[in-house]
Write a protein that binds this ligand. Sequence first.
Ligand code: HEC
Length: 208
Amino acid sequence: MIRSIVFFLAWLSVGVLTACSETNHQAQEAAGIKPFATLQEIMLSVIDPNVDPIWNSVSTIATKEGVIEKVPTTDAEWQTLRNHAIVLIEAGNLLQIPNRTVAVAGASTSIHPVELDPKEIEKAIQRNQKDFSEKAIGLQNAAKLALAAIEEKNPDALLKAGEKIEHACEQCHSTYWYPNDTKPLAWKSLGSKNINPTYAKLRNLSQS
Ligand code: HEC
């Protein structure tokens, strides 16, 4: 009797394990969670507009008259940055919703010559959902450092958090977007008009 219970439990656990991803999917559908936007739209409409103000908030510009430091000063500026950090942290949750289309059919993600085709990206994400989620959590953790710096009104810590955020973007991009690129600085070829000054500065720093 005990034996058959043990067998039954063993059989059950195998069944549970194989059904696990299926169950996740079903639970997700039952909860009404269905991705709406493509991953490309999340990048362009949610992540980019909320990270740029954070990257641009602290900068040092050398001019003929001398070095101009730019830091947030007013409460309103800090509050705006806080709003952006909150969206960025939540964006990390959006990235973890499975089964998101990467790009609408025919859309180009080609701002980089060696990137994967959107359908290939989609397959790679589905095969490695756990790793993809970990990279999204990496972004959340970096954005949480930015939030802490904002709450302390600490420009130095915010600059450092900005670097961590950039690293989190790159970690995911170099794995899923352009894994065939041997140069770690792939993003530089985005075209200078698309690169915000802090981002470009960070890239130059990490290049030297
Ligand atoms: C968990 C993975 C992941 C993280 C984290 C991530 N991205 Fe992406 N991103 C991707 C993938 C995959 C693509 C390629 C597909 C596409 O174009 O959407 C991409 C593409 C992009 C694109 C190009 C969109 C296009 O096709 O025109 C931009 C811009 C972008 N990401 C910005 C960012 C920034 C900025 C961050 C960090 C603040 C970031 N991403 C963090 C996965 C990620």
